[in-house]
Design a protein around this ligand. Structure first.
Ligand SMILES: Nc1nc2c(ncn2[C@@H]2O[C@H](COP(=O)(O)OP(=O)(O)OP(=O)(O)O)[C@@H](O)[C@H]2O)c(=O)[nH]1
Ligand SMILES: [Mg+2]
Length: 296
């Protein structure tokens, strides 16, 4: 009996490394808080692993000095390491070049654990007429992210609803609740499509193109979650060890575990034909991080 233990696989990559990019106020920190289920400030480490005083970092950011190489870790979920672009449209050309260099360095690290595993690029929808600004244009046309998948996050997506409502006010008079909801949802879709942002993000001449995109609502409110972002991120990864690492940070997200298990199993059977019963069990169970699984 081969004893490849899923727990062992998970232990190979202990920390999932994310670069989060977006303009100032895009909702980056709110997403990180949600992912780590906290509202606490993160601990900050320099690239050598020395802890830095958060107040010192804050004041140097205010003065325009920001080091993308610093690592942010939230005590509530130390399995994530974050690098924050810190409102990068405000940065100089030099800062943009430094970000490109950082991405390239981290894409080519020998150790998988030290590479960047995903880039979350946040585009806020509270200014839907300016979704694709100079910063987006520069990033997507110039930045080579190599194998690192880019997941675009349309933040503050709920901001489109009042605009849709305002445009439809007359039409909605006398409509049933269901009809109102349907019409507003349709108008929100139109507003989003008309921004043209997806076409611009996926333009064939771009060096970076999103592997996936998600919409997030009300991330600043307590009763929301960003499970959708974690799901899209998991599916955007092309490495199973990384997928297992990300899943293991999300023990309570059973829906995501089930989706991954089923998807992977179906793909495996489609590609290589049927497997034995023990194989089925192992391939399903390894996606549930609280189970200890032995391969038969
Ligand atoms: N309406 C709405 N507001 C949000 C959402 N997410 C965050 N906010 C608010 O937007 C503001 C900026 O959020 P942050 O998460 O601090 O944004 P940031 O991108 O980290 O900003 P910088 O660190 O300054 O670059 C805060 O007032 C949040 O409460 C959202 O989904 N919807
Ligand atoms: Mg922030």
């Amino acid at each position: 009996m081969a004893t490849i233990d899923a727990q062992v696989l998970r232990e190979m990559i202990e920390r999932f490394r994310v670069l989060i990019i977006g303009r100032a106020n895009a909702g980056k920190t709110s997403i990180l808080h949600k992912v780590c289920n906290t509202t606490d400030e993160p601990e900050i480490y320099d690239p050598k692993g020395n802890k830095i005083d958060a107040a010192v970092v804050k004041s140097s950011i205010k003065r325009g000095n920001h080091d993308i190489r610093n690592e942010m870790v939230f005590k509530s979920n130390p399995s994530f390491v974050f690098h924050d672009s810190c409102g990068f449209e405000a940065g100089s050309e030099e800062e943009f070049e430094d970000m490109k260099k950082f991405i390239s360095e981290r894409a080519n690290m020998t150790k998988l654990e030290e590479r960047l595993h995903v880039i979350w690029y946040c585009i806020p929808m509270d200014d839907h007429c300016r979704t694709f600004q100079r910063s987006e244009e520069k990033f997507f046309s110039e930045c080579d992210t190599g194998h690192i998948p880019v997941v675009v996050v349309f933040t503050k997506f709920e901001a489109l609803r009042p605009i849709a409502f305002g445009q439809l006010k007359k039409e909605l008079k006398g409509a049933s609740g269901e009809e109102r909801s349907r019409k507003i949802a349709e108008r929100v879709e139109n507003l989003f499509t008309n921004t043209g942002v997806l076409d611009r993000l996926c333009a064939p001449e771009n060096r970076a193109r999103p592997k996936s995109h998600v919409r997030l609502d009300n991330m600043h409110k307590p009763d929301t979650n960003c499970n959708l972002l974690l799901e899209h991120t998991t599916l955007a990864l092309d490495n199973e060890e990384l997928q297992l690492c990300l899943i293991s940070t999300q023990q309570s997200n059973l829906e995501l575990c089930i989706k991954c298990a089923v998807r992977k199993l179906v793909r495996r059977v489609q590609q290589s034909g049927p497997i034995n019963y023990g194989g089925y069990q192992y391939r399903i169970a390894k996606w549930f991080p609280h189970l200890k699984v032995l391969k038969c």
